[in-house]
Design a protein. Structure first.
Lengths: 341, 288
């Protein structure tokens, strides 16, 4: 007997993903400036939503304070570039591990809050980060600061080369985030995480170290979220405490994307982001009404289709886009071994 | 005398925070629901009061006679129509639904009332002060607010331990299934708890709106103050919640005195320190 991950649908899924990756990687040669910018923004939201999905959907850590790490990443980028004169791309790479180090004591503190109060605890942490950021006068205090032109020019001489560079950076980072999540879920720890997702008590009694795994996931997600945050603010070229630690942009949208797409499934955030951006391109003029509608749609999905759009598809057709599920396959050899006694 | 005044102002503001916290604590106690829209409902109550005072031409404190039942009705309907569906073993639905509700209320208010700051005018009592001790002055309105907060907490305590409804609350809180077997309609009990929570929210919202400017975006911060007061005081203890509110109010007042930028930060830091050294809160009663 052996365990298999792949199914027919996941082989098709892999093929589609491979083609999409080639198309996206070549986007600078077929897309105009607007398209590249939109695609890069979509990638960052796929990454943020996938990370939140890992945190809330799999590890059961419902955070409404991930803007803490998006903002931390953004501020680390600006601090490293402005104060220490680090190259922006290095700054993005450094932002990840630094945020992970920050996440350790944060987790130690807020893991004391049980269940739902944990969610508000994460929000308090984000507020503390925001208030601290507005105290740093070197980085513009409460009103924010722009990335110095010299640092931007240091990335690449021409504007076009710079735009290509940030685009590929966004694509690359998002692929790394998604690949890490897939590898994690296929590993031993992924099995434990899936068990926690399905039933925490049962997972615990089967010998899964629930608290330890949750802690690792929290730190890992902080690592990734912070790097994406740094990238987002490299694209924006300007940061302020209110934009960096915005609960609407980095938590509300991300949660709605994940819930609508399908929480607790790796495909969910991708589907959710596509739906979100299609709606946004058509309804963006509505302003606050758009957020209101997103909130209402998320509530309806949560109550009547809790597994989201992808959950509906996956259950109806038994599809999976990536080989993550585990199937037992009986091989002839073990069947014989089974017959012997 | 400067510091005495600062601390006194902090204590009085703490009463308001205790009212933010009491409604939150009540529904968590009865149905283990953490209402992320709590702060936005406080702001909603402030806008309801704004409409009532403007259309009827009455003062804000009188408007409570109307605002409180309106909010209680909204609470009952919200629980029966929406939130009861989210309750169960899974943490996600109640959190995400109340989070969605928070976004809906915020943006709905933004559409209806714009982002402009508003304030309720309470007339003469707003500026009346009297001398408590030599050199220590107290505003009449903050004092009324604190007395009302104490009355709300005392009222809740009495309701919980002296009335049939309170018994139903405690029974459902202890064991929902058994309460149901004893003939309690838990859907109704939960809806009554939410109605009561929103009645307290109405009082808190009106005092908030009289004391300072408000706009649709300030809800989440009120949720956080209420939450911090609950955790500082200890889960399940009503008088602890009042103490938690006072500690938070005093910390903020002292922080603001040192540096205006440190007002909110000081409150959060005291909360985090208490979480680190005494995670069960100062006066815990039940473990959550």
């Amino acid at each position: 007997m052996r365990v298999e991950h792949a199914t027919h649908s996941s082989r098709i899924g892999i093929a589609i993903i491979a083609i999409a990756l080639v198309v996206f990687a070549l986007a600078p040669f077929w897309g105009d400036r607007q398209t590249l910018r939109l695609l890069a923004e979509i990638f960052t939201f796929v990454a943020l939503a996938s990370l939140w999905n890992l945190l809330a959907g799999y590890a059961g850590l419902v955070s409404v304070g991930q803007q803490a790490f998006v903002g931390l990443g953004g501020y680390l980028l600006f601090a490293l570039v402005i104060i220490l004169d680090v190259h922006p791309i290095w700054a993005i790479l450094i932002a990840g591990p630094v945020a992970a180090v920050v996440a350790v004591p944060v987790a130690a503190l807020i893991f004391r809050l049980r269940g739902a109060y944990f969610a508000i605890g994460t929000w308090v942490v984000a507020e503390v980060f925001r208030l601290l950021a507005s105290q740093i006068s070197v980085l513009g205090g409460g009103s924010g600061i722009s990335l110095p032109a010299s640092a931007v020019i240091a990335m690449a001489p021409s504007r076009q080369a710079r735009e290509f560079e940030t685009y590929w950076l966004a694509l690359g980072l998002t692929i790394i985030v998604l690949a890490t999540i897939v590898v994690l879920l296929r590993s031993r720890h992924g099995l434990a995480l899936t068990a926690i997702r399905d039933n925490e008590t049962a997972a615990q009694s089967s010998g899964v170290g629930v608290i330890r795994i949750k802690f690792y996931v929290y730190v890992l997600v902080a690592f990734g979220t912070s790097m994406i945050g740094a990238l987002i603010f490299l694209m924006k070229l300007r940061i302020s405490p209110d934009t960096a630690f915005s609960v609407n942009d980095w938590t509300a949208f991300v949660i709605f994307i994940t819930v609508i797409g399908g929480i607790g499934r790796i495909e969910g955030p991708i589907i959710g982001t596509i739906v979100f951006f299609m709606l946004r391109q058509t309804l963006a003029d509505l302003g606050s009404l758009y957020l209101l509608m997103m909130g209402a749609v998320a509530i309806v999905v949560m109550l009547w289709a809790p597994k989201g759009l992808w959950g509906l598809i996956a259950e109806r057709f038994g599809w999976q886009a990536l080989p993550l599920q585990r199937y037992l396959v009986l091989t002839p050899k073990t069947e014989e071994a089974g017959r012997k006694p | 005398m400067g510091w005495t005044n600062v601390i006194l102002q902090g204590v009085l503001i703490g009463g308001l925070y205790a009212m933010f916290a009491a409604g939150l604590s009540l529904i968590f106690g009865v149905m283990r629901l953490v209402n992320i829209a709590h702060g936005d409902l406080i702001v909603l109550a402030a806008y309801v009061a704004l409409m009532v005072t403007q259309t009827l031409g009455i003062d804000p404190l009188t408007s409570l006679l109307l605002v409180t039942p309106v909010m209680a009705l909204i609470g009952y309907a919200l629980q029966r129509g929406l939130l009861n569906r989210t309750l169960g073993d899974d943490l996600l639905p109640p959190l995400l639904v109340t989070f969605g509700l928070s976004i809906i209320i915020q943006n709905g208010l933004l559409e209806l009332f714009t982002a402009d700051s508003r304030k309720l005018q309470a007339g003469a009592i707003e500026i009346q002060t009297f001398q408590l001790l030599q050199g220590v002055w107290v505003g009449l309105l903050p004092l009324i607010q604190f007395v009302v907060a104490v009355a709300v907490i005392a009222g809740l305590q009495t309701l919980f331990y002296r009335t049939a409804l309170g018994r139903a609350f405690r029974a459902t809180s202890d064991d929902q299934a058994v309460a149901q077997l004893m003939g309690l309609d838990t859907r109704h009990v939960f809806a009554m708890a939410m109605a009561l929570s929103l009645a307290i929210i109405a009082i808190a919202g009106v005092f908030l709106a009289v004391r300072a400017n408000f706009d649709p975006s300030i809800g989440p911060a009120r949720l956080i103050f209420g939450f911090e007061a609950v955790i500082i005081g200890g889960l399940g203890s009503m008088w602890g919640t009042l103490a938690g509110g006072v500690i938070l109010g005093v910390s903020q007042a002292i922080g603001a005195q040192i540096d205006p930028g440190w007002q909110l930060l000081a409150g959060h830091i005291v909360f985090l320190v208490i979480l680190a050294v005494r995670p069960q809160g100062l006066f815990p009663k039940v473990s959550g």
